[in-house]
Design a protein around this ligand. Structure first.
Ligand code: AMP
Length: 420
């Protein structure tokens, strides 16, 4: 049997990278006072399939199915809508000006799999919901910036743009329509449809001819209302004041339809990284909370694809995880002595010392071989003499020095040595 197309296993030798990455995320989120939220893998389809949402991701790529009672369900293709559904359902807004949440969870999209693109993939995302404040937007951009920084990634940069408020957006959409309409015949078939439905999408097209036309298309920056312009300027001022590097990218729009105001992406600029170089993306949304039945509150979020983060780390030869090692390995010469090893192991493990032994009957040489393969710092040797004298021979595998100690002193001895 094989795994489902577009999915992957995290094998035991790979899981430590994931654990190290998730640890970094938790540490970062603590610094910014964001709390973790875990929402279900599946939601009622209408959470994602909303009238206003016409992105390819939601219309063409979701895993939709009926459960055994004919409920229409969808595996979540992105993190935000589920989090907002929960935010509304649990009334998290009550008594809070702003609710700062993060998640590390899998998403599902029926896309064409390739390096950096899977049908089940992990995202780390944050959502700051509530008050509309340029300071909050700047904070979320700062999270993206510092996430990259604490990982040590050098070749990643932040690209930022604004779509403005409703009025700016409406005016801009008209300008885009007016610009593309005379070129309609040169647009790809997909973009012809986009021109009628949401011309913003054309800016995201991967089609060569579309890209040529997009080069001279108007940008949202030319259509901002004074309010929207001031808002964007304020966000940038905060970023400048904290020396957060970014690049304004005037034709950046995002894949989902719910964005307004600030949109941004984190792009990898690493040699040989490949086509899937967008590590993360996000922006401000103003109508989503209301659309999902909540009060009139906005939010801002970002989501990173963690497989792509791991690929970027690999490309830059950064290893977050420490080498596998254990503290101690019991070596016995007689099967009858294994019960001593087992009971000492129990005591050591209860004191946070990692211990291993052999499960089969095997020679000293083989036990030693396995201990070294597992990178054990100490060998705990229990032979006939040791058992009779109530001692244990403890050997340091690095210095190759050994000492005979009383079995009763084992814990104190190892604690002291391992703490050095
Ligand atoms: P999006 O929700 O499309 O803005 O995606 C946010 C981030 O998730 C992207 O920048 C990618 O890093 C990651 N991502 C999106 N789709 C996939 C996928 N199919 N496989 C792996 N990562 C993905």
């Amino acid at each position: 049997m094989n795994k489902v197309k577009g999915t992957y296993d995290v094998l035991p030798n790979e899981s430590k990278m994931w654990q190290a990455l998730e640890k970094k995320i938790a540490q970062l989120m603590e610094r910014y006072n964001y709390k973790e939220i875990r929402t279900p893998m599946m939601e009622y389809s209408e959470v994602f399939h909303r009238q206003s949402e016409g992105s390819d991701m939601v219309t063409k790529e979701t895993y939709d199915f009926l459960d055994r009672s004919d409920r229409k369900l969808t595996l979540k293709p992105e993190g935000t809508a589920g989090v907002i559904r929960s935010f509304v359902e649990n009334k998290l807004y009550v008594g809070n000006d702003v609710v700062k949440l993060y998640y590390v969870q899998p998403n599902f999209r029926y896309e064409r799999p390739q390096k950096g693109r899977y049908r089940q993939f992990m995202q780390f995302g944050v959502e700051a919901i509530g008050i509309r404040s340029p300071l909050l937007d700047a904070e979320v951009v700062s999270i993206a910036y510092n996430f990259i920084k604490i990982l040590g990634l050098k070749g990643a940069k932040i690209k930022i743009n604004t779509l403005g408020d409703k009025t700016s957006r409406t005016n801009y959409l008209e300008a885009l329509k007016a610009y593309f309409e005379p070129h309609r015949e040169f647009l790809s078939n997909d973009s012809k449809v986009r021109l009628d439905k949401n011309p913003l999408r054309i800016l995201d097209s991967k089609d060569e001819n579309d890209i040529k036309l997009v080069k001279d298309a108007p940008t949202p920056l030319e259509y901002l209302t004074d309010d929207a312009k001031n808002y964007f300027d304020d966000v940038l001022k905060y970023l400048d004041s904290a020396n957060i590097d970014y690049e304004i990218s005037p034709r950046l729009v995002r894949g989902l339809d719910y964005y307004s105001h600030v949109v941004f992406e984190v792009e990898a600029d690493i040699e040989g990284f490949g086509a899937q170089n967008v590590l993360g993306g996000g922006g401000r949304y103003e109508s989503l909370v209301e659309e999902l039945g909540g009060p009139s509150l906005g939010g801002i979020g970002i989501a990173f694809g963690l497989e792509r983060i791991l690929l970027a780390l690999e490309a830059e030869h950064i290893n977050l995880a420490s080498e596998d090692a254990i503290d101690a390995y019991f070596i016995v010469f007689d099967e009858a002595h294994k019960k001593h090893a087992f009971s000492y192991a129990e005591m050591l493990r209860a004191n946070d010392i990692s211990v291993e032994f052999d499960f089969k009957k095997t020679s000293f040489k083989n036990q030693l071989k396995r201990a070294l393969k597992l990178n054990s710092k100490y060998l705990l040797i229990l032979g006939e003499d040791e058992i009779n004298q109530g001692t244990i021979t403890v050997k340091n595998t690095v210095t190759e020095t050994q000492e005979s100690i009383k079995q009763n002193d084992l814990l104190t001895y190892l604690k002291e040595k391992l703490g050095e």
